[in-house]
Design a protein around this ligand. Structure first.
Ligand code: NAG
Ligand code: NAG
Ligand code: NAG
Ligand code: NAG
Ligand code: NAG
Ligand code: NAG
Length: 467
């Protein structure tokens, strides 16, 4: 009898233990699911650098990248390499005819533009046969332009968002760089501002002007710069900026890219050589591309403490050692995973560091309908939707959808690529999260509306999906 009871007890405790073990496994499973859910929602909300770091400790932000370190020991000269207009940098003398509408929405936009506040100041024999790096920035990110200039041989067109006194911040930084770096002569600079807050000039804050050298001013390096945009919690009209920068390029080809994306070596020269070759081939009838072609640059990122690779052999070496990843590998795996990525990574040839070649030609169709390629094109590609804000994300998807319906060919390039600045926080550090969610909802609603109007305008294609 006693034995029986003991047996039952024993069985019970065993049951208990087994039950506990199962319970534990279940809990772990739930935890895993939750984490996955978080990941997925992050994927659909796109980039969150912090999340990426939590997944890969090697990308830790402990030593964040500071642009312009190579200027640290350079002193400003007593002359400017730039050509300011409108009485700048001391005053801003403009009249109505100097203020333009935005490229896409025009008069209906809440924003206005002043083009070529800084005109590019160079003489080349053939201005057309070149590629302009078209980019955009707020004062916090303006210094990245020097890193782009270090790596890009062509002209640079940069649209800056300058509500009210933020115009002064940009001008302070630009004026300093213009007496530090001869390459600034290749830069054309544009102002974008809300109608309600036109640019306003005040004295440079002493924290920006006190520093003697050409390196990045302290408040930018330690991310303590106060901007008007931040204090007013303004959204960033990224697509107005992209359109404005592109519109002002004087060259046949344009690359619209974020200012923290650094190009590989000799990209402009080698790209133009490749285009020449393709042209010759097409004249010989070997190549009958339609006119709707853009050239895609694969995008990668590297750990916070790594150097930016400038040639493919170095990139591949870093990739094999887990020091480089394709862009947003950890948070938005579909955004930059281009068709043929694996083959691209396997393709090694002796000339891959010295020349650019077409790798494959693809359409941006299902299952790559969420791919957001960065590409070299011309000024005839569709505009970016100016109603979408940066904070709301999905900001490039409408243009991509339009290009899908227009049956664009995407030529993925071999021997050329972009690398994101090491360990830089991205969209995450803009503003409060709840506020950002509101923006995402706003963009989502707009996104549906814009997609519908695009679908109405163009011929249907079931392979161009919008979700
Ligand atoms: C810099 O230029 C200003 C006028 O353009 C001149 O007065 C000043 O002496 C110059 N300083 C140096 C160090 O050359
Ligand atoms: C506005 O400025 C432009 C040059 O910047 C000048 O040609 C034009 O006459 C000015 N218009 C008015 C109304 O002052
Ligand atoms: C560019 O050429 C013009 C004349 O065509 C000349 O006045 C100007 O000084 C040149 N600019 C530079 C930076 O060489
Ligand atoms: C492109 O423009 C830059 C100046 O912005 C010039 O230095 C370079 O030589 C040009 N490249 C070609 C191929 O013309
Ligand atoms: C950043 O630098 C500024 C200027 O030197 C300084 O006043 C400020 O205290 C620093 N902020 C942080 C968070 O280090
Ligand atoms: C982190 O870096 C170390 C050494 O550089 C490497 O062995 C390891 O695989 C990396 N971890 C990840 C997750 O990439």
């Amino acid at each position: 009898m006693k034995c029986h009871v003991l047996l039952i007890r024993c069985a019970r405790t065993r049951c208990c233990i087994i039950f506990l073990i199962f319970g534990f496994i279940f809990l772990i499973g739930r935890l895993y699911q939750y984490r996955r859910y978080q990941l997925m929602s992050a994927i659909f909300r796109a980039s969150d650098y912090e999340l990426m770091q939590s997944l890969n400790p090697n990308l830790s932000n402990s030593k964040h990248f500071i642009p312009g370190m190579f200027l640290k020991n350079v002193l400003p000269r007593n002359e400017s390499y730039c050509r300011f207009r409108f009485g700048l940098p001391d005053m801003l003398e403009i009249n109505e005819s100097d203020v333009d509408f935005t490229p896409e929405l025009g008069e209906d936009s809440d924003y206005r533009v002043i083009y070529n506040v800084l005109g590019s100041n160079y003489n080349v024999s053939d201005k057309k046969n070149n590629v302009t790096f078209c980019t955009h920035a707020t004062p916090e990110f303006f210094y990245y332009v020097v890193e782009v200039l270090q790596r890009w041989e062509g002209p640079v067109s940069i649209a800056t968002f300058v509500p009210s006194t933020d115009a002064s911040l940009i001008l302070c930084l630009a004026e300093r760089l213009c007496s530090c770096l001869p390459d600034m002569a290749r830069v054309s600079l544009h102002f974008i501002f809300p109608l309600s807050h036109p640019p306003r000039l005040i004295a440079c804050p002493s924290t920006l002007s006190d520093q003697a050298g050409c390196g990045m001013p302290k408040p930018l390096a330690n991310k303590s710069l106060q901007t008007f945009r931040n204090s007013e919690a303004m959204t960033y009209p990224v697509n107005v900026a992209r359109n404005v920068a592109r519109m002002q390029s004087q060259t046949t080809f344009t690359l619209v890219a974020d200012v923290e994306l650094f190009p590989s070596k000799n990209l402009v020269g080698n790209f133009l050589k490749m285009v020449d070759k393709l042209k010759q081939k097409s004249e010989n009838g070997l190549n009958d591309f339609a006119s709707r072609i853009v050239y895609v640059l694969p995008v990668f990122e590297v750990g916070a403490n790594e150097a930016v690779p400038s040639v493919k052999s170095k990139l591949l070496e870093m990739y094999s050692q887990n020091q480089a990843f394709y862009f947003h590998r950890w948070v938005c795996s579909h955004c930059q995973r281009f068709p043929g990525l694996q083959r691209w990574l396997l393709k090694k040839s002796s000339s891959m560091d010295e020349s650019i070649k077409p790798f494959i030609v693809v359409r941006r169709e299902f299952p790559f309908h969420r791919w957001e390629p960065v590409f070299i094109g011309t000024n005839s590609e569709p505009f970016y939707s100016e109603m979408l804000t940066w904070e709301g994300q999905q900001d490039k998807m409408t243009q991509m959808h339009e290009m899908c319906l227009m049956k664009y060919h995407f030529v993925i390039l071999d021997g050329a690529f972009l690398v994101h600045a090491p360990g830089v926080k991205r969209k995450a550090d803009v503003l409060r999260d709840s506020w950002r969610n509101d923006q995402q909802k706003k963009n989502s609603a707009l996104y549906e509306r814009i997609m519908k109007s695009i679908n109405k305008k163009l011929k249907e294609n079931s392979r161009c999906r919008i979700h």
